[in-house]
Structure formats: C-alpha cells, structure tokens
Design a protein around this ligand. Structure first.
Ligand SMILES: Cc1cc2nc3c(=O)[nH]c(=O)nc-3n(C[C@H](O)[C@H](O)[C@H](O)COP(=O)(O)OP(=O)(O)OC[C@H]3O[C@@H](n4cnc5c(N)ncnc54)[C@H](O)[C@@H]3O)c2cc1C
Length: 432
C-alpha cells in the first residue's frame, strides 16, 4: 500500500515516502531524525484546505490532527495556548465556554490554527488584521528536534517570520493566541447594485466592522454581507432553517447551476443572472464564529490576491470585466484587512483589499486565473499563499519589503532546507 495525501479540493495530491500522525509532541524528534537519516524532506499538513501546492512532499508528511488540545486559558488577558492541529472551529467552541473568541475569522473555520496562520488566512474588516496577527507566541520544532519559543521579546524577527511561515521554518507545535471577549454578531446579507457599492465603497468598508461582497461577472448585483457586533442575545437559527440556508440554497442549488454551466458553458451568463435573481435578504444574530463561517460543500479551486486598498474599485471593475471573457459560474469575492507586520503577510504594511476568483472543479481554471493575475500584477498584488497563483520568488521579492529578513530567519532555522518542497522552491527560492 502506498501513502497518499489529497487536499480538500481534490486537485493537489502527493505520495509521501512516509506519513505520520503523532500522538504527542514528544514523538516528533524521532520522526524528524528518521527523515534526516533517510534524506527525506518534511512537510506538515493541516486540514488540507489550501488550493496551492503548499503541503506536497515526496518525503515525510506529518499530520497534526491529534495535537489538537487547548492547553491553557488566561481569561483575564485573553491569551490562550493551543496545540498546532486544533481547528479554528474546535478552538472557538472550547473557548466560548471561557467567554473568549477569535476577533475575526474567514468564511470557513475548519482549518487548523497552524495551517490557517501559515498562509496568512484572513476574514474581512478594514480595522482587523489577518488571523496570524493574533499569534502572540509561536513554538517551533526545528529539524534537529530542538524547540524554540518565538515572540516579540525572545526573537522579534523569528516571531515576525513564524506568524506567516508557509511551513518553511520547521514544525509549529503550539501557539499562544490573543483572543477577545466573546461577542454576538448581526450578519446582514443584502443584494445591492454593484455600481452603488463601488460609488460609495469607503462608507461600506468603514461603516461596518466586517464588510464583504461577492458578485457574478454577467450580473449587475453584488451580494453584500455586513457583520457588526450587537448587544443582543444569540438567536441561533433552527436546524431546518440552517440546513435550508447553508446546505440547500448555498450549496446544493449552486452546485446544480455549476454542473449545468460545466456541461453547457454557453448558458453561463443566463445561469449567473438566474443565480443573482435568487439572492435575497438574510439576517442572522448569533455568536461570532457561527456568523463568520458556513459550510462549503461545492468543490472548487481559487486564486486570491491582496492589493493596496486604494485601488479596490478600479481592480474590482477590471476583474469583473476579465471574468466575462471566461466560462465560470463561480463568484468574485471581495474583502478588506488592516496592515500587519508579519514579514510574508500579504497585508504586510498596507491597507489591503482581497479579491478572489474561483473555478468549479473539472473546469479549466488556468487561462482565467492567469488573466486575473495580469491585472493583480499591475496593482503590485501579493498572492494568498494557500491559493493558486503562478508567481516565482524573482517576481515576489520586490512586493515584500521584508523579504530578505524572512530569508535570513529561514537560513537560521532551516539551513539545510529540510522543510522545503517544490512550492517553496518556486515561491521563496531555495534556502541559502
Ligand atoms: C472552502 C475554503 C474556504 C476558504 N476560506 C478562506 C477565507 O475565508 N480566508 C482565507 O484567507 N483563506 C481561506 N481559505 C484558504 C485556507 O484558509 C488556507 O489555505 C489555510 O492555510 C488552510 O489551512 P489548513 O489547516 O487546511 O492548512 P493546510 O492547507 O493543510 O496547510 C497550509 C500550510 O500550512 C503548513 N502547516 C500546516 N500545519 C503546520 C504546522 N503545524 N507546522 C508547520 N507548517 C504547517 C502546511 O505545510 C502548508 O504550507 C479557504 C479554503 C477553502 C478550501
């Protein structure tokens, strides 16, 4: 029997020479020593929700699923210690009991804490940073089995590199996360003409704690989503309402349209108009993580770029125009984030607009994504490390002012390139 690994989307696979799912951190040094002895490189898998080749290896693949505990909670400071393999959802559930929550989340919460932060995963909110900015401290196991605790005091450069590390520095074993007091969100979804949104974009972005929208290429409506804190009790939706809203409407109906579009691409503009016509007002009042995240059952692939916020409206218009030239039924999604200081964060040191394009499984994504990337390049875009892109280190280094400082930390922690793979060779270059 051969080892094999496949990502959530089903389109990134590898056959590692060895796979291991350690039961404890104490097992890791032996596994790393055997990789060294066998001349194998090492990668770590989180929940496999990256669309890029970030996880792939033919060496040793470590699965951290059993290192999934919340090990310490300080309610007063909001600092919590978790093992690297805990999922955002499991941590949210456990910490809610202690009155704590993540300040922000993306649109799913099944990723592991280490996997999500390693790629700079983000939600939306102009005054809120990517998830990795909440990492107060990162514990890293190096190739020789030694452990380092990285925070602003112990090793400021190591800490700023390890928060968005792409798994290039070593095995993240545990992190201390700055949480905030639990909160209730009111989430309002409403279709609004795209021209109205773009005409008054700053008011939408700054007038809400979390603002985002998605749209289809061939329609004039944007589905806006505003999440704001409210001093109201949770009003969890009934299971049937949940099932209809999240599973039937958002997933099964959309999947049926996508399948039809894949079979009959000429119908795509009409199908998009049909999809837009059933967008409707929706309101949810619930604990934060239930409003941020929802189930995603349709399998697709995705590209997402971080561009300077000031170019939001121009870039959105251009990407919408590009999308009309390709066969895709999937939406364009737009979000915002505040600057942070992790060396390789796509939002490093600039107010950021994230624009994502998607393609349904089994449909050609490359010409579409390349055409979008040409637009993002003109805006000095930085790709989401966990999503598809075609960049190389030569093109990317100018887009990250602290690129060389990350490379220096990488040389210090992984001088032999034990944690490298083909993706890192392409996007970061070899160690050294
Ligand atoms: C349906 C869907 C929705 C998504 N929504 C969003 C969104 O709203 N916002 C957003 O920004 N992104 C989003 N993403 C992308 C996703 O958040 C990222 O790709 C994230 O990195 C996936 O986390 P994971 O736990 O699955 O990690 P994986 O994809 O398994 O791994 C990601 C990277 O982390 C490394 N890694 C994982 N664990 C460790 C560890 N312990 N030590 C060292 N390295 C490690 C891996 O080697 C790899 O390089 C979405 C993806 C999907 C499929």
């Amino acid at each position: 029997m051969t080892n094999s690994w496949v990502n959530w989307a089903g389109d990134q696979r590898c056959q590692p020479a060895a796979c291991a799912t350690p039961n404890s951190i104490a097992e890791l040094p032996t596994l790393l020593a055997s990789a060294e002895a066998n001349g194998q490189t090492v990668r770590v898998a989180g929940a496999g929700h990256s669309f890029s080749e970030a996880v792939l290896t033919d060496g040793l693949l470590l699965n951290m699923a059993k290192l999934n505990r919340v090990t310490d909670i300080d309610r007063a400071s909001g600092l919590v210690r978790v093992e690297a393999g805990v999922t955002l959802n499991a941590a949210s559930n456990a910490l809610h009991e202690s009155g704590l929550a993540f300040a922000n989340l993306g649109d799913i919460d099944v990723q592991t804490v280490a996997g999500a932060t390693a790629t700079g995963t983000h939600g939306t909110g102009a005054s809120l940073q990517n998830l990795s900015a909440a990492l107060h401290s990162v514990e890293l196991m190096l190739a020789d089995g030694s452990r380092v605790e990285l925070n602003e005091q112990t090793d400021p450069d190591g800490w700023r590199a390890a928060r968005v590390s792409l798994g290039a520095l070593g095995v993240v074993t545990g992190v201390t996360v700055q949480m905030v007091p639990s909160f209730v969100l009111e989430g309002i979804e409403r279709p609004v003409p795209i021209d109205d949104v773009l005409a008054d974009l700053d008011s939408f972005i700054d007038g809400n704690e979390h603002f985002e929208f998605y749209m289809f290429a061939h329609t004039s409506l944007a589905m806006t989503k505003r999440n704001n804190r409210v001093p109201l009790p949770e009003q969890p939706r009934g299971k049937v309402v949940d099932w209809f809203a999240d599973i039937v409407a958002s997933n099964y109906l959309a999947e049926t349209l996508c399948r039809l579009g894949r079979r009959r691409p000429r119908l795509i503009p009409a199908l998009q108009r049909r999809a837009a016509s059933i967008l409707s007002y929706r309101r949810q009042v619930d604990r934060s993580y239930r409003v941020f995240a929802s189930p995603r059952l349709i399998r697709f692939t995705e590209m997402e770029y971080a561009i300077p916020r000031e170019h939001s409206a121009d870039a959105i218009r251009e990407i919408k125009e590009v999308a009309t030239r390709f066969d895709t039924l999937m939406p364009i999604e737009v979000r915002w984030a505040a600057p942070d200081d992790a060396f390789l964060s796509p939002a490093h040191d600039r107010k950021t607009c994230y624009i994502a394009v998607h393609q349904y499984r089994g449909m050609d994504f490359e010409p579409y994504f390349r055409a979008c990337e040409a637009v993002f390049d003109r805006y000095h875009g930085r790709p989401h490390w966990g999503k598809r892109h075609f960049q190389t280190a030569a093109a990317l280094r100018d887009r990250y002012p602290e690129w060389d400082r990350f490379a220096e930390v990488r040389r210090r922690f992984d001088p032999k390139g034990r944690f490298a793979n083909a993706y890192l060779d392409r996007v970061l270059g070899p160690v050294g």
